[in-house]
Structure formats: structure tokens, C-alpha cells
Design a protein around this ligand. Structure first.
Ligand code: ADP
Ligand code: ADP
Length: 227
């Protein structure tokens, strides 16, 4: 579950002359970790925003498990997004940040507690559940954001430069952790970054994007082989 088909996907914002994405074709397999690499403005965020419904397609189609996203309301698409700026709620505890979506969906207290406990354990956040985000380091905040995405048990994770605000060493650790997490969750991941090292560390396959078009697709060794 969680395979994605991009079928000649194009997006042009009304205010712009040029396309943010142009004829993007890709088949993402169940459970695959795809890293999309490209410079700022190459269309990476647009790609994720089309899937989660923040933006609408200009032409083409995106299928998740064979179903067009245009037939599904964004909240029924079974995807979870993780952002660069964490987007945590500052006045809520870590526990309540992780639980936030489940509370809105009126899941039972018991289920909420089980899922928060499960995610906190996997991400080593157990001792921080009662504190507010401002007491946490950048790396810890990003773990909370990951936990909040995980408790939805989505079949597809969308990650938009989740590590860009972290220093280089932490980024390296976290990218290996996200890879492990991906293996533990058996979910599909679409991860965008401008950082080639991150892509090499994590990806099953890398997609190089430039000015809205795919330049190259392949495994890390195919893409970054020595000449
Ligand atoms: P990236 O994530 O790789 O930095 P984006 O998807 O954010 O790229 O942007 C791709 C192109 O679309 C850029 O030229 C950008 O200026 C433009 N763009 C992105 N969002 C909007 C928007 N809401 N309105 C108009 N143009 C936009
Ligand atoms: P409410 O749903 O009214 O916000 P709860 O009774 O669910 O309150 O929880 C009260 C507070 O205790 C929450 O704000 C949360 O931070 C904390 N909390 C609840 N369960 C746990 C738990 N298992 N571990 C740590 N903190 C918890």
C-alpha cells in the first residue's frame, strides 16, 4: 500500500508564466523511499502540495494505490506531511502536540494514549511528553513532528526538507534515523531536499528535479557514481 503514480503532472501557478512542474512522470512502488533533490524553486514543494491537496493540478493526474486523488477529499487521502519548520503548537505539551489530530478526530483516550506511547518510544521522546516545545532542541522538535505524523499511520509520508533547520551533524544522524523509521513503518515516503548527502544516505531511489522537470532517476549509486 502507498504506491503513487504521477501521470504527466503539470502545475502552473496563475500568477506565473512558467510551469512549477512540467510533465512529471514517476511510478513510486509500495514502501519505497524516494528522495527528490533539486535547487530552490525546482518544484519540490509543489509536488508534495499537490498530493496532500494544498494545491490543485493544472493537468495530468496523481494516483495513490490506483485511485485518483481528484476523487478523494484531501483529508481522506491517508497521507501525512512533515514540514521544515515543525509546525508545532507552542502552548501544548509534546503529548498533546502528538495527540492533536487524533483528538480532533475524536479517537478514544485509550487509543490516543496507546499511539502516543508507541510513537514516543520509537522516537525516544518518552521523557519529554509533559514539556512544551520551547524547552526542546531542534532535533527533538522534529522528532515530535515525526511522531505526530506517525500516529496517523498513513500509507504515504510526505516530507518537505524536514531537516533543513538542523546543524550538519544532527542532520546526518536524523537522516539515518528517518531511514530506520521508514523500514520499521513499512510505509512509502516521498522526501524532498536540496541536500545531496541526505539523498545519498536515505534514498531507495533519487529523483533529480530541475525547473519543474525530471533530469534523472536512479539508485544513489547510479546517480552519484564516480566518473
Ligand atoms: P522548491 O520546493 O523546489 O523550492 P517550489 O515548488 O516551492 O520549489 O516552487 C516552484 C516554482 O513555483 C517557483 O518558481 C516558485 O516561485 C513557484 N511557486 C511556488 N509556490 C507558488 C505560489 N503559491 N504562487 C506562485 N508561484 C509559486
Ligand atoms: P485533556 O484531554 O483534557 O487535554 P488528558 O487527561 O488527556 O487531558 O491529559 C492531561 C495532560 O496530561 C495532557 O495535557 C498531557 O500533556 C498529559 N498526559 C496525558 N497522558 C499522558 C501520558 N501517557 N504521558 C504523559 N503525559 C500525559
Amino acid at each position: 500500500m502507498g504506491n503513487v503514480t504521477f501521470n504527466k503532472v503539470s502545475k502552473r501557478y496563475e500568477t506565473n508564466k512558467s510551469y512549477a512542474l512540467k510533465d512529471f512522470n514517476l511510478q513510486v512502488e509500495d514502501g519505497e523511499l524516494i528522495v527528490v533533490v533539486g535547487p530552490s524553486g525546482s518544484g519540490k514543494s509543489t509536488l508534495l502540495e499537490l498530493i496532500c491537496g494544498f494545491e490543485t493540478l493544472t493537468s495530468g493526474d496523481i494516483l495513490i494505490d490506483g485511485q485518483s486523488i481528484q476523487d478523494k477529499h484531501p483529508k481522506d487521502r491517508d497521507v501525512a506531511m512533515v514540514f521544515q519548520n515543525y509546525a508545532l503548537l507552542p502552548h501544548l505539551t509534546v503529548y498533546d502536540n502528538i495527540a492533536f489530530g487524533m483528538k480532533i478526530r475524536k479517537e478514544s483516550k485509550k487509543v490516543i494514549e496507546e499511539k502516543v506511547t508507541w510513537a514516543a518510544k520509537l522516537l525516544e521522546l518518552e521523557s519529554y511528553l509533559k514539556v512544551k516545545p520551547k524547552k526542546l532542541s531542534g532535533g527533538q522538535r522534529q522528532r515530535v513532528a515525526l511522531a505526530r505524523a506517525m500516529v496517523r499511520k498513513p500509507k504515504l509520508f510526505l516530507m518537505d526538507e524536514p531537516l533543513s533547520n538542523l546543524d550538519a551533524k544532527l542532520r546526518d544522524n536524523m537522516s539515518q534515523e528517518i531511514k530506520k523509521l521508514h523500514e520499521a513503518l513499512h510505509a512509502t515516503m516521498l522526501y524532498v531536499t536540496h541536500d545531496q548527502i541526505e539523498a545519498m544516505t536515505m534514498a531507495d531511489r533519487i529523483v533529480i528535479l530541475n525547473k519543474g522537470e525530471i533530469q534523472q532517476v536512479g539508485s544513489p549509486s547510479e546517480i552519484y557514481q564516480e566518473p
